[in-house]
Design a protein around this ligand. Structure first.
Ligand SMILES: *Cc1c(COP(=O)(O)O)cnc(C)c1O
Length: 398
C-alpha cells in the first residue's frame, strides 16, 4: 500500500510558519513524544524508582528498540543494540573489527566522512600504538584504494556534506575480496534510504537516531554486528552492561552473548522513551517509498533553485543512484544565505566552507513546502537580502 504522506505529516509537530529542511541534522518531534517522556519521568521514575529497571522494561529497551531500528536497516533480529553516542559506537565497531584482522594495521576512510568518525579512528590508532594508521582518500577513490594492507574499511554511506552515496554492497564485497572488514556508518541512511545490511554482508554498522529517526537531541546511537561475528567480536569498551552476567559483579570481564556485549553502561531512559514514540511512525512504512518520494522532492527543489536562484553549483550528484535524502549547493556566501533563509522560516543548515544543506524527509515535507522554500530562496537571492551584517555573525552551531 502506498504511504499516505499527509497522514504521516500529521504525526509530527512542526512550528507554525516553519519549513523544516534539516531533519538530516535533528529530526522534529513526533506529537506523542512529550506524553511518552512525561510518563517515563513521572509514572516510571517518579513512582517506580529503582523498580523501573524491571517493571518498566528500562533494561531491555536497548535491545527491543534495537530490533525496531534493525528492521529499518535490513538487520537480522537480535543484531542491533542502542546506547551511547555515535562517536562512541564508531570507536567500538572499528576497535572490534581491527581486533578481528590482527595482521593488518590500516583503517581506510574517505575525506567525505564526518570528522568525528575520523577523529575516533585516529584516537584509536594512538591507543593501539604506533603501527596503526588511518588512511583517508577521496570518496570516489575509496573502492580502488582497498588493498591488501587494509584491515578495516570505515565509511559513512551517505556523505554528510554533499549527500553523495557510496555503493555499500559493492564496496563491502571488494573489502572482503581483499581480506578487509567493512564498518558502515548509517547516520544519514537509517530512516532515509533503504538499507539491507544482511544482503550487503556488512560486518559492522553504526548510526544515530536523532537525525532521520527523530529521537530528539542526544538520542541514543546504535550498533550492528553481523551474526557471524557476534560471538567473536571483542568489545574494546568493555562496560558492565556488556558483561555476560552484569549482576554477578564478577571482578573480571566476560563478554555477554551476541550483541549484548556491545552495551557499555546505563542507558538513557528518557531518550529511549522519546525514541520509542518516534519509532511508531515507521509501522507499515517502506523505506523504498520514502526514498522515492524524497528523490521527487529533491528533483523539484533542484529544478526550482537552478531556474530561479543564482545557485548554480550543485554539490550533490545528479544520479538518483548516488543520492541519499539531502541536496547541497555550494555558494561562497552560503552561511549568510542560510541565516537569511532561517529568518524567513526555511530551516536548513550550513557546513563549512561553503555548503548549504537541505534535507528532504517526505514523512513531514511535501511539494507545497518545497515550492515555498524555492520561492523564499529566489526572493532572498533576487533582493540580495542575505547581505546584512547580522546574517554573517557565526553562531556556535551552524
Ligand atoms: C551526525 C554524525 C555524527 C555525530 O556523532 P555523535 O557522537 O552522535 O555526536 C558522527 N558521524 C556521522 C557520520 C554523523 O553524520
Amino acid at each position: 500500500m502506498p504511504i499516505d504522506f499527509a497522514a504521516t505529516k500529521a504525526l509530527f509537530h512542526l512550528p507554525d510558519g516553519v519549513i523544516y529542511l534539516d531533519g538530516n541534522s535533528l529530526g522534529p518531534m513526533v506529537k506523542t513524544a512529550p506524553a511518552r517522556v512525561e510518563k517515563a519521568v513521572s509514572a516510571e521514575w517518579g513512582e517506580l524508582l529503582i523498580r523501573g529497571w524491571n517493571l518498566a522494561g528500562w533494561m531491555a529497551q536497548p535491545r527491543t528498540l534495537g530490533d525496531k531500528v534493525g528492521r529499518l536497516i535490513g538487520a537480522e533480529r537480535g543484531t542491533v543494540v542502542l546506547g551511547d553516542t555515535l562517536s562512541i559506537k564508531v570507536y567500538q565497531a572499528v576497535a572490534s573489527a581491527l581486533d578481528m584482522n590482527p595482521r593488518r594495521k590500516v583503517i581506510l576512510s574517505d575525506s567525505g566522512n564526518f570528522p568525528s568518525d575520523l577523529y575516533m579512528a585516529e584516537g584509536l590508532c594512538r591507543t593501539l600504538g604506533g603501527q596503526y594508521r588511518l588512511r583517508t582518500v577521496a570518496p570516489e577513490e575509496a573502492m580502488s584504494a582497498i588493498d591488501d594492507t587494509v584491515a578495516v574499511v570505515m565509511l559513512t554511506e551517505v556523505d554528510y556534506r554533499t549527500g553523495r552515496r557510496h555503493h555499500m554492497a559493492d564496496i563491502t564485497a571488494r573489502a572482503h575480496e581483499m581480506g578487509a572488514l567493512a564498518v558502515w556508518d548509517l547516520a544519514h541512511s537509517a530512516g532515509a534510504i533503504p538499507v539491507d545490511l544482511a544482503a550487503a554482508k556488512a560486518d559492522f554498522a553504526v548510526g544515530c537516531t536523532y537525525k532521520y529517526l527523530n529521537s530528539g537531541p542526544g538520542g541514543p546511537a546504535f550498533i550492528y554486528v553481523a551474526p557471524r561475528h557476534s560471538e567473536v567480536a571483542r568489545p574494546a569498551l568493555s562496560g558492565w552492561l556488556g558483561h555476560e552476567a552484569p549482576f554477578a559483579f564478577d571482578l573480571t570481564y566476560r563478554p555477554g552473548q551476541g550483541i549484548d556485549r556491545m552495551r557499555v553502561g546505563t542507558p538513557a531512559v528518557f531518550q529511549m522513551a522519546a525514541l520509542e514514540a518516534a519509532l511508531e511512525v515507521w509501522e507499515g512504512v517502506d523505506l523504498h517509498d520514502v526514498h522515492r518520494q524524497s528523490l521527487r522532492l529533491q528533483d523539484q527543489f533542484i529544478k526550482g533553485v537552478e531556474s530561479r536562484a543564482p545557485m548554480r553549483q550543485l554539490a550533490t550528484p545528479r544520479s538518483h543512484l548516488m543520492r541519499g535524502s539531502q541536496v547541497s549547493f555550494r555558494h561562497p556566501e552560503g552561511y549568510a544565505i542560510m541565516q537569511a533563509l532561517i529568518a524567513e522560516g526555511v530551516i536548513g543548515d550550513f557546513r563549512a566552507p561553503d555548503i548549504l544543506r537541505f534535507g528532504f524527509t517526505p514523512l513531514y515535507i511535501d511539494e507545497d513546502d518545497v515550492a515555498r522554500a524555492v520561492n523564499v530562496l529566489a526572493k532572498i537571492m533576487d533582493y540580495g537580502s542575505w547581505d546584512r551584517p547580522e546574517f554573517k555573525l557565526r553562531a556556535a552551531v551552524t
